[in-house]
Design a protein around this ligand. Sequence first.
Ligand code: PLP
Length: 482
Amino acid sequence: MEQESSFLDRVLKIVKDESAAHIPLVQFKHPKELEVILHDDIDISEPVSDQDLEQSVRKVLHYSVKTNKSTFRNQLYGGTDPYGLAGAWIAEAFNTSQYTYEVAPVFTLIENKMLDHILKLFGFPDGDGIFSPGGSLSMLYALVAARYKAFPEVKAKGIRNLPEMVIYSSEGSHYSIMKAAHWLGFGTESVRRIKCNQCGQMLTDELEKAMTEDLSNNKVPIMVNGTAGTTVLGAIDNLEEVARICSKYNVWMHVDACWGGSLILSQKYRMKLKGIEQANSISWNPHKMAGAPLQCSLFLLKEKGLLHEANAAAAQYLFQQDKFYDVRYDTGDKSIQCGRKIDAFKLWMIWKARGDIGLNHMTDHVMELAEFCMETVAQKVGFRLVSAPLQCPNVCFWYIPTFMRHQKEDVKWWDLMHKITPKIKEILMTSSRLMVAYSPLRDHKNFFRLAFTFHPRLDEKEIIDMLQAIEDCGEMLSLDIL
Ligand SMILES: *Cc1c(COP(=O)(O)O)cnc(C)c1O
C-alpha cells in the first residue's frame, strides 16, 4: 500500500514532465510501428516494479497527443481548465457515484446547484436536468423525453402500437441523432434531414413544409432538433423560427447546443442563441468550448418532473422510499445510468474559481480571436473562407497553394483541392506543427476548420502562426506528390 501511494505521489510530476512546454504536440507513428515501439510497455503478462511502471507510463504519455497545446485544433475540445482538471482528480480520488444522496451528499447538492444556475442562464427557471456522459447521450435523453411526453404508454408498451413518428434535424446537425433514432427503435429513416442555407442554418420553410407533408400522411412529428453551433461550420439555426413552428404544430423542440451553448456565458454573445429559452430541452457540452475535462455534458428540460417520470425504474434496493432522509435528493432514477460519475464537480470547480464574470470574459476572448482569424483568412492571399459571418468560434477555409491559383476552377480543379487539404494536414501533423480538422460539406470539397476554445488562452500571434504553418506546408506540395 505504501509503495502504491508513493507512486500516486509521483503522478503529478510525471504528467507535468511529459506535457511540459518544450514537448512536441504529437509524435505520430503508424499503428504497426507504435505496436513495436511500445510492445513491452503495453504488455501485461508479468507484474513490474514501480520504477518500470513509471518508465512505461512516461513512454505512453510521450507518444500521446498533447491536447493541452494551443496547436491542438483537431476537435472541439482541447486544453482543460486547470481548475476543472483538479476537480476531475478530486472526484476520481473520492470515487463515488452520483446516484444517491447517501453516497454522494455534497456532490448531490453541487449537482443541484449547477443545474439551477445553468437552467436560469438558459431561461428555464423552473426546469430540470441531469449531467450526462456526452452530447450523444444527451440526444438520447431528448428523444426519450419527447416521445414519452407525446405517448407516455411507450414506457410500458413499447412502440409497436404507436403511429409512425418523424424527427426533424438539419443536414448540418450532429450524427448522434441518427444513432439515437436507431437505438430507440424509430430507425434512421425516421429522421428527416432538412436542407441548410449557405451558412449552414436549417431552412425553416423546408422544415415546415416537411412537417405539414408528414401530418397529411398521418405521421406524427415527434421532435425538432435545432442546432446551436453545428460541428463543422458552427451554424446556429434560427431558433425563434424553429420555436414558432414547433409551437404551431405542438412538437417537442430540442436544441443541440453542445458546441454553441457556451455562448450563453457571454452577455455580449448570448444574443446569438435567442429563442433557445422557448425550447423544451437543451443539450450543452461544457467539455468542449469551456474546457471542462471530458466528459461533462448537460441535458436540460423546461418541464420539471418529466425526466424522472420518463426514466424512473424505482429499483427497491437502491432508491428505497423509506430511507431516513429526504429521498428527493436521490436523483439517480432520472438517469439512464446506474453508477454515474461526478461530472458536475469539475464544472463547479471551474465556476467557483472563475465566476460568471470570468467565464464571460473567456467567451468574449474566444469569439474575438475567432473574429480576428476570420478577418485574417478573408484577406490573406491563398486563403478562401467557406462561410461567413462568424456564428460560433469556427473558421472554415481552403488553402490554395500557389501552383493551383489563377486557374479555371472546374470539377478537376476541385477534385485536386479535395486531396490537397488532407495532404497539408498530414504534413502539419507529421511535423508536429498543428493538428487541425478538415471536412467536406455538401458540395464543398475538403476544407479546414479552425475552432477555438477557452484553454489554453491564445493570442493573435498564435493564430497568425497557425495560418503560416498551413501556408508553409501547402507550399511544400506539388502536383507530382498528390
Ligand atoms: C460534439 C457534438 C455532439 C456530441 O457530443 P459528444 O459529447 O461528443 O457525444 C453533439 N452535437 C454537436 C453539435 C456536437 O458538436
